[in-house]
Design a protein around this ligand. Structure first.
Ligand SMILES: [Zn+2]
Length: 113
């Protein structure tokens, strides 16, 4: 039977809480960095670090949006159903990627096009 949806939902809620915390921390440290930008020699490094952090932040926000979408689908009763073809998503896939909204073949299809 694999993992029940209730377990996956719990995992998604935990993940959402973790991502929200992460994004909050990014925002706090981002503000601090601006205040400490007085070391000229470190400017290049700082810019690089900021770019790296920004991409991490954008990634966290993107995953958060997917997690939110998946949680909303529990409310709608459509969790675990492929967005594109309407088939049930492989439970093993959901276990690995609880916020997946496409089945494996649709996912591969969208990545190709
Ligand atoms: Zn599909």
């Amino acid at each position: 039977m694999g993992v029940s949806h209730e377990v996956l939902r719990q995992r998604l809620e935990n993940q959402r809480a973790r991502l929200l915390e992460e994004i909050k921390q990014f925002r706090i440290t981002g503000r601090d960095n601006l205040g400490y930008g007085n070391h000229q020699a470190d400017d290049a490094t700082d810019a690089f670090e900021q770019a790296k952090e920004l991409s991490l932040l954008q990634n966290a926000e993107r995953v958060l949006a997917q997690v939110e979408t998946a949680l909303a689908r529990f409310e709608q009763g459509t969790y675990g159903i492929c967005d594109r073809c309407g088939d049930h998503i492989d439970p093993a896939r959901l276990k690995a990627l609880p916020y997946a909204t496409l089945c494996m073949s649709c996912q591969q299809h969208t990545e190709r096009t």
